[in-house]
Design a protein around this ligand. Structure first.
Ligand code: F3S
Length: 284
């Protein structure tokens, strides 16, 4: 049986950077404790490893007076950043630079008097962060239909959540042209998501079984699994190696493996090894 690992499986640039910064901070063992404001990335296994090294996940900053605080890859709100800055704590800002850029664009658009439109998922922490940087009017839309439901505006400034599709941004911008007299658009989409999805589509079409690795709380991993499942019914979304079942590989000649942008390499390696052991067992 052939096992094919997707070239872009696993960590994107921003998550890799955030994880490195978090493990470095954890390794320094601050005497006053090391904390992350929300889970550093959407991988329960990475969060658990950091917890084992003493990094505690905080829901908010109210009880914190000292120590080191790591800011997660998809950012926090402007108020939370201000709160952190006002405390006597060391800050490790692991916000992905692409997310940071999008936050700056929102701030700038609001300062220039635009009605800010953020294209994204209402309850995603990255969107909550982006919205918080607007000092004036701000609207969150998930689609062109949402944009169409907004009132007419004079000046519209558009920013997208980094994981949005270009197609969705295009349709929202088209709708905005009807709503406003002046439109300024920042294409803040990061292609890490689309690259992984395009590759998963191609891979799923060429194998008899797909294994998708990543946190169940990771939206990009869940989407990868959905895409693969639409093409290959024998698709399985797993978080850890012990969830693999040998029956998935019965009569299978080619297995494809991919992983979400927050899945660490060690988890991917474990899965690759386990699949190859199971295949070996069958031959013996
Ligand atoms: Fe950053 Fe793109 Fe990853 S925005 S966190 S590199 S998906």
């Amino acid at each position: 049986m052939e096992i094919i690992l997707a070239k872009y499986a696993g960590f994107c640039f921003g998550v890799k950077r955030a994880t490195q910064l978090a493990f470095e901070a954890a390794g320094k063992t601050s005497p006053d404790g090391t904390y992350s404001l929300g889970p550093i990335i959407h991988s329960p296994q990475v969060v658990k490893r950091l917890e084992d090294m003493g990094v505690k996940v905080l829901r908010d900053l109210s009880a914190l007076d000292s120590g080191t605080v790591i800011i997660r890859s998809h950012g926090v709100t402007a108020a939370e950043m201000d709160e952190v800055a006002a405390k006597d704590v060391e800050v490790v800002d692991a916000t992905c630079p692409f997310v940071k850029k999008a936050q700056e664009h929102v701030k700038e658009l609001a300062a220039d008097g635009y009605d800010v439109v953020v294209l994204g998922d209402y309850d995603h922490p990255e969107v909550e962060g982006l919205v918080s940087y607007a000092t004036g009017r701000v609207h969150v839309v998930a689609s062109a239909q949402d944009m169409a439901a907004l009132p007419n505006m004079k000046r519209i400034g558009i920013v997208a959540q980094t994981t949005q599709s270009l197609e969705n941004l295009r349709s929202v911008v088209s709708e905005a042209l009807i709503k406003g007299t002046e439109i300024r658009v920042y294409n803040t989409i990061c292609d890490a998501t689309s690259v992984r999805q395009d590759e998963a589509r191609t891979l799923a079409a060429s194998v008899d079984c797909m294994v998708v690795i990543g946190g169940y709380n990771s939206a990009n991993t869940r989407r990868l699994a959905e895409i693969c499942h639409e093409i290959q019914a024998n698709t399985h979304h797993i978080e850890t190696v012990d969830q693999i079942e040998s029956r998935w590989f019965q009569g299978v000649e080619r297995v494809g493996v991919t992983a979400g942008a927050s899945t660490p390499k060690w988890l991917i390696d474990e899965v690759m090894e386990r699949i190859s052991e199971l295949t070996q067992d069958k031959k013996d």
